[in-house]
Design a protein around this ligand. Structure first.
Ligand code: ADP
Length: 594
């Protein structure tokens, strides 16, 4: 029952998409579908008239034949002409309409992906599917255009049905009974395809992966370790398994198809025999035989293809359900209130606990601390102790499961979320290397000032980007990466990091977050980054996360995290004097540099 409900909801949803994508094309396509459903019946009717007139002519009624032949020929030519014209218009319309649907779906998905809670990307199955491929969008597009097909087939079926009643009512169930095996076989074939896809999706991913290793993933190691034979053997092995499986699936499909075709042919022969018997009995004329045989063939074709479409739609319904569930999903994170934060607020974590969606235990447990305006706070702890999670909660990518985050004494949920986030500039570990020009790479943190050359220059100077860009012909308008520009500049890891730092600085935010930005750098480069950082964070609040504790010593306050608990907090000096966990970690690292 639920499946049926889901099925109809998907039909409604697909119809909604095609209508919203372009109302104009929708109406045109509907009109064309109706016209192209009706038109094919006219030639059938004309053939019947022509054959009957020919038979009459052989019995001497030549004048009646000559009278009829003109209007039959004129109508036939006119119909064919209109049909071809409609086909051409329909093809053109389909191109335009498909583009409009593509554009609409892409936009719906882009809007949703950018507004959905970050939590969605962490844990949900749905994200895996959506993440795996935008190809889901393309199958959605195919599905929605299917609706027109179904509509067209349904009209044609209704017309054939009403015309066949004039011959004999009992023929209809007779034809349907013979069609059923073909419908069932289509279901079986669909099922076989689906099972095959499911089972062998992994093999396909493996094949892609092995190919990627040659082209991108392991170019150097393939050469150095002489891995090409090993990888290509892996590729061949998976390919052979895949080939064997697809072969046996194809044989099964052929057998199922053959059985259903034989049954359809038997049905056709029986109808021929029955029609000729009625002709001999004088119940119908010769033209009627041709007319009814063609009509029945049409009915059979329309009935089976409507069933095929219903089958296919239900097979792909799962994908459409996924897209529908995603698009209709309401954000869990409330958008927040309307309060606007002050320029440099005091931030307080008040007994904050947090558990990721679907996780089994809290990653932060009753954490309390304060960041006063202008204060730099260092977060220290082993991997997985919860440092980055604190940063994510601050930016309100998530809300605490318990406790509250206060901004100037008011719960952060009461603030306008966009205004709240505008307080922060961040340099995350996984900062983005945009294939845009340098200006855009820097100004993406505050696009309203993208043309402000002085501010861009200042950001470049302070983050030392200017050091490596001073000789560039096009200065900040030089494209980065060669993805879209053969002469684009390729930067080293450290240089990209500086660009990301410039972006963080350009935002002119009052709180700066640095989440292990230097994880991949050597101590000297890290030292430089933190020096730059202390320049740009003057007068601002800041949170620093680094594994290299020597970089953290400059913080006004250090929080030591262990398993989601804050086990120590104080200045570097306090914590060293305390001789606890921080002092242990610090001394351990220091001893390595001596
Ligand atoms: P740190 O920054 O100290 O290395 P994190 O705050 O990144 O630690 O992670 C704390 C814990 O939360 C880790 O056990 C990590 O596996 C878990 N975690 C981090 N992100 C997610 C997530 N998106 N979903 C579920 N668990 C997560």
């Amino acid at each position: 029952m639920d499946k049926l409900k889901d099925y109809f909801q998907n039909i409604r949803y697909a119809s909604k998409i095609i209508f919203a994508a372009s109302k104009k094309y929708f109406i045109f396509k509907m009109l064309l579908s109706i016209l192209s459903s009706v038109l094919p019946y006219l030639p059938l009717f004309l053939w019947r008239e022509l054959i009957n007139a020919l038979v009459d002519a052989t019995f001497g009624e030549i004048n009646s034949f000559l009278n009829k032949i003109w209007w039959i020929a004129a109508l036939y030519c006119g119909t064919m002409l209109v049909q071809r014209l409609l086909d051409t218009v329909s093809d053109y319309l389909s191109f335009k309409y498909n583009d409009a649907i593509d554009y609409y779906l892409d936009n719906v998905m882009i809007d949703k992906v950018s507004s959905v809670d970050l939590a969605f990307f962490d844990s949900s199955d749905l994200n895996d599917k959506l993440n795996n491929s935008w190809s889901l969008i393309y199958s959605t597009k195919n599905m929605v255009t299917f609706i027109f097909d179904m509509f067209q087939k349904a009209i044609r079926l209704a017309i054939s049905f009403s015309l066949m009643i004039t011959l004999s009512l009992w023929l209809i169930p007779f034809v349907i009974v013979f069609c059923i095996p073909s419908v069932i076989s289509d279901g079986l074939v669909n099922n076989l395809d689906y099972q095959f896809e499911k089972e062998y999706a992994k093999s396909r991913r493996k094949l892609e992966y092995y190919k990627d290793l040659f082209f991108e993933g392991a170019r150097s190691e393939v050469r150095l370790y002489h891995l090409s034979e090993y990888f290509s053997n892996l590729y061949k092995l998976v390919w052979n398994q895949w080939d064997k499986a697809i072969h046996s699936k194809n044989i099964k499909v052929c057998i199922v198809n053959m059985i259903s075709l034989i049954l359809l042919t038997v049905n056709e022969i029986i109808i021929y025999v029955l029609s000729v018997a009625r002709l001999i009995a004088g119940k119908i004329e010769v033209g009627d035989v041709a007319y009814y045989v063609s009509l029945l063939a049409q009915f059979r074709g329309d009935f089976t293809s409507l069933c095929y479409r219903i089958n296919t739609f239900s097979k792909n319904s799962k994908e459409l359900s996924d897209v529908r569930t995603f698009v209709e999903m309401k954000p869990l994170l409330e958008k927040g209130g309307t309060k606007v934060p002050t320029a440099n607020p005091k931030i307080e974590f008040n007994n904050v606990s947090f558990r990721y969606p679907n996780a089994e235990k809290n990653v932060l447990d009753h954490c309390s601390f304060v960041i006063n305006p202008g204060e730099t706070v260092g977060l220290v702890g082993l991997n997985g102790s919860g440092k980055s999670t604190i940063v994510k909660l601050l930016c309100r990518f998530y809300d605490p499961s318990e406790g509250e985050i206060l901004i100037d004494g008011i719960d952060s949920r009461e603030y306008d979320i966009v205004k709240l986030r505008s307080l922060f500039a961040a340099l995350f570990q996984d900062y983005v290397k945009y294939s845009f020009n340098l200006r855009e790479n820097i100004a993406l943190s505050d696009l309203s000032r993208i043309e402000d050359d002085a501010a861009i220059k200042q950001a470049c100077d302070i983050s030392n980007v200017s050091d490596f860009t001073k000789n560039w012909d096009n200065g900040v308008d030089e494209n980065l990466t060669r993805r879209f520009d053969k002469t684009g500049k390729e930067l080293s890891g450290g240089q990209w990091q500086r660009v990301a730092l410039a972006r963080a600085f350009f935002r002119n935010a009052s709180i700066i977050l640095l989440d292990e930005p230097s994880a991949a750098l050597d101590p000297l480069a890290e030292h430089q980054i933190f020096e730059d950082f202390s320049k740009i964070s003057k007068g601002k609040s800041a949170i620093l996360i680094s594994h290299r504790l020597s970089s953290i010593t400059l913080a006004d306050k250090i929080l030591v995290l262990e398993d989601g608990h804050i086990i120590e907090q104080g200045t570097h000096r306090d914590l060293i004097e305390k001789n606890g966990r921080y002092a242990y970690l610090f001394n351990l690292q220091a001893s390595k540099y001596v």
